[in-house]
Design a binder for this molecule. Sequence first.
Ligand code: ZN
Length: 101
Amino acid sequence: MICPHCDHKFSLSWGKYLSAPFGPHACPSCEQRIKTVVSVSSCLLLGAIAILAGGTPAVIAFFLTHNFWYTIAAYALFAVGVVVPVDRYLTNTKRPVKPVE
Ligand SMILES: [Zn+2]
């Protein structure tokens, strides 16, 4: 991401991303608060990825165990395990950044 205040280019570390996944974040150069703009299409993309990434393991878990909770656990584990890194990638590279008022 590029800071709108000082044009400093940086990436959020895992620690900084996980401490505030919805922002705002502080620029490491000027320490001004900034926030990424999340578009509707980005949310739809993440939802589709969650369905695809979690759906297949959930179906496999259901047929192997016939247990509702194992199915839900497999879905949640794989959906979150794929969506969180994709969301961090989008935050660091694709999403526009605006200053926090
Ligand atoms: Zn800055």
